[in-house]
Write a protein that binds this ligand. Structure first.
Ligand SMILES: [Zn+2]
Length: 273
């Protein structure tokens, strides 16, 4: 979408930005976000990253949901802007049949992706830096605006689906081109989604059997995280948590490393670096 920023100056350093977010006033309902966006900053300009493939690139990651969302129903139900309409702040997310929560999966994969990107010289910022039963949020509007707020080159939102157990595989989601919200980012966001799909294809992760008719691509207009982004953004549903085969990959260290490698490969393909 094209509109003014949130009052955060371009010259503001990331540490100062985190401090300014920390000092943000309470929300209208009197509470604060359970987990405000915070910065995780690599040694951006240290000699170790000079010449690294992703040196000078700032990337936003959005681990979907928060482990404690189900403990804060009123906060989670609160309506927030979603791109010309309103949606609840957040949802609880899904889980495997064995009870492994999506919020935890998303967070662990985000941390793995973060580490790999930092090792390649990138600077990485997360919409949430904790995964706790005592926290909720941030809301989807904050997640959507996050990439532009921190001046990231792109945002990848990490999720996993909860579909009938026979269905399996990953799919990528990009925003519809809808004026005035996403006309400026729809094209590059689709390219990012397709690059992420290529990363997953290359890692041998199966495409969705239930979304996209074999393309594993979905273009949607109903997601605030996509609608409110001012930088190229794609959402990944890395698999179906209710499917035994997908759940096995999600609940093993080796499997999660495969997902993380695939995400990083996709980002590098998109950046051509
Ligand atoms: Zn989700």
């Amino acid at each position: 979408m094209t509109r003014r920023g949130r009052g955060v100056g371009v010259a503001l350093g990331v540490t100062a930005l985190a401090a300014s977010l920390a000092a943000a006033p309470p929300l209208a309902d009197g509470s604060r976000h359970g987990d405000r966006p915070a910065a995780t900053v690599a040694a951006f300009s240290s000699p170790a990253t000079v010449g690294a493939p992703l040196a000078g690139v700032r990337i936003a990651l959005d681990p979907g949901h928060q482990l404690g969302n189900h403990n804060f129903p009123a906060q989670i139900r609160r309506l927030v802007p979603a791109g010309g309409f309103e949606k609840p702040c957040n949802t609880t997310g899904t889980a495997t049949n064995g009870g492994y929560p999506e919020a935890t999966l998303n967070f662990r994969i985000a941390r793995l992706v973060e580490a790999r990107l930092q090792a390649l010289g990138a600077e990485v910022l997360l919409t949430r830096t904790r995964n706790s039963q005592s926290l909720w949020g941030p809301c989807v509007d904050v997640r959507g605006e996050f990439g532009a707020t921190v001046h990231a080159r792109l945002t990848v939102s990490l999720h996993a689906d909860g579909a009938p157990s026979a269905a399996r595989g990953f799919h990528v989601i990009a925003p519809t081109a809808r004026s005035p919200w996403t006309t400026d980012i729809a094209g590059p966001s689709r390219a990012l989604a397709l690059a992420l799909r290529a990363g997953f294809d290359g890692a041998g992760i199966p495409r969705s059997t239930y979304v996209g008719g074999g393309s594993a691509l979905s273009i949607r207009s109903d997601l605030a995280t996509l609608n409110l982004s001012d930088v190229p953004v794609a959402m990944l549903e890395i698999g179906n948590m209710r499917n035994a085969s997908d759940a096995h990959r999600m609940t093993t260290k080796k499997g999660r490393a495969t997902y993380a490698r695939a995400v990083v490969r996709g980002i590098r393909l998109y950046l051509d670096r």
